[in-house]
Design a protein around this ligand. Structure first.
Ligand SMILES: [Zn+2]
Ligand SMILES: [Zn+2]
Length: 480
């Protein structure tokens, strides 16, 4: 690593306390899906104090904002998230389920670290730009509602990321690695049926049941499941049964559908068929169907050119050191997980045998943050969705994970919340910040890599421009 770059990365260390406090304060006020006002305020304050130019209300979303520094090209984005999950309230550092507030929110996906580390990365890039006077702009994007709100999807649809040459991001996890996998695309829509109420015994012939329509729609969707591609998922929830009185014909009822598949075009096709099923259910029951499009998320388009730069930096930035107390802390949480998912074991399957054999010894250790995984070429869609997907269709985008919590900690769990303010979480977020900053600095100096990344994106998109899966006019909803 050259001297200027090393010096720039020290910006993360000199702001370490401030950054750790920022993530702790976001952890302390967990806010979900477009209600992240405290997290937004804290981050904007931080960005302004550090002389970033702040833009608020991006895409007309009150909790979407950016902080930029520098001028000219390339323009490189660093994505951050900060939303929490409902029902995951949990005390910090405690190795058993103990909510601070029963039913309250909690940071069960580590997003208090996600936004903060990305700001830390932007700080180091700013230092680099100041020191060298190089041309280039770094933009931190505060992206709300990743969990269930598709914040970045709405921002991408409204052109927020259009001026970027490329983007990097990260996600907390239990391994240090470059993420090479895709994710499932999805579309979420609500189907409301409107019928007509009547006495269910006295005058049933006058009633038209919306609940019957919901039931028939669910039966139709059940038969559809056999005739879609293997990897597709069709989830549903009855969100309004129409009432609790069986002696009334239910006039209004609603069902919510979430359709997923590896490619957004595959989801579009399934969605059209589900829509026809809803129309059929309305026809069969003499009710009216009203469809409300909630949100959609594109699959992640991996970008090898940017991933390679991330991996190089992941291997070059010194790993944080952990003492015995920290290892015992990790072991405590590792032991709370009764059924372990085998994250390292799964990751090893995608490596070359000689690489996997070298790392196999770590299986069973309570913390995986003491080593870096080599880059794999696995691009399969992981079984969840992420709104990073939409950004990755607009501009070449890649991401890393760092080990912010104990080995095998399950996603969206109280254990993640409990470990969110630990020194391990703090060290791993600063490490992530440095790796992302190092990557952005390299990209500022390698216009040819950015060109290569853009060509790769064009190829992977089938030489077509990005078309947002969210129709114009659909506004973000606070759906959890
Ligand atoms: Zn999550
Ligand atoms: Zn997450």
């Amino acid at each position: 690593m050259n001297e200027t770059k090393t010096l720039a990365l020290t910006a993360v260390d000199s702001s370490a306390d401030e950054l750790n406090q920022l993530s702790d304060r976001i952890w302390e006020s967990p806010e979900t899906c477009y209600t992240e006002t405290t997290a937004t305020k804290l981050q904007i304050e931080f960005l302004r104090e550090h002389s970033f130019t702040v833009e608020e209300n991006l895409g007309d979303i009150p909790t979407a904002f950016s902080g930029s520094f520098g001028s000219g090209s390339p323009v490189i984005g660093i994505l951050g998230e900060f939303d929490a999950l409902s029902g995951l309230s949990q005390e910090a550092g405690v190795m058993e389920l103990r909510p601070i507030e029963t039913g309250g929110n909690g940071h069960g996906c580590g997003h208090q670290l996600l936004g903060t580390a990305s700001i830390g990365a932007a700080l180091a890039v700013k230092k680099y730009l100041e020191t060298t006077g190089a041309s280039g702009t770094v933009i931190y994007y505060g992206c709300p509602a990743e969990e269930g709100g598709a914040g970045k999807g709405f921002m991408a649809r409204d052109g927020v990321f259009d001026g970027l040459d490329c983007a990097v991001t990260w996600h907390p996890g239990d391994l240090n690695r470059t993420s090479t996998t895709s994710s499932l695309a999805n579309i979420v829509a609500r189907y409301k049926f409107h019928g007509c109420s009547a006495h269910a015994a006295g005058a049933p012939h006058l009633g038209r049941s919306a609940l019957d329509a919901v039931t028939l729609m669910n039966v139709g969707a059940q038969f559809l499941r056999e005739h879609v591609i293997q990897e597709a998922r069709i989830h549903y929830a009855v969100t309004d049964t129409g009432g609790v009185s069986p002696n009334v014909v239910q006039a209004d009822a609603e069902v919510l559908y979430m359709m997923r598949a590896p490619q957004i075009d595959q989801v579009r096709e399934i969605y059209a068929r589900v829509h026809d099923i809803a129309r059929g259910a309305a026809l069969m029951t003499g009710t009216e169907m009203e469809e409300i499009f909630v949100k959609a998320t594109s699959n992640i388009v991996p970008n090898r050119a940017i991933e390679e730069v991330l991996q190089k930096n992941l291997e070059a930035v010194p790993l944080p050191e952990f003492d015995e107390v920290e290892m015992a802390f990790a072991k405590g949480f590792y032991d709370t997980v009764a059924v372990k998912g085998g994250s390292l074991k799964k990751a090893l399957k995608h490596l070359k045998p000689e690489q996997a054999m070298e790392l196999e010894k770590h299986i069973g250790e309570p913390y995986y943050g003491t080593f870096i995984l080599p880059m794999s070429d696995n691009e399969e869609a992981s079984p969840g969705s992420s709104d990073v997907g939409d950004v990755s269709w607009v501009t070449p985008t890649a991401q890393i994970n760092t080990a912010t919590w104990a080995a095998e900690t399950p996603g969206h769990s109280w254990q993640i919340v409990a470990q969110g303010k630990s020194s391990i979480a703090h060290k791993a977020q600063l490490f992530a910040a440095k790796v992302m900053a190092g990557t952005v600095i390299d990209l500022l100096n390698e216009p040819e890599t950015i060109e290569k990344a853009k060509k790769e994106l064009d190829y992977r998109r089938g030489h077509k421009p990005f078309e947002s899966p969210i129709p114009k006019g659909v506004r973000p909803s606070t759906l959890k």
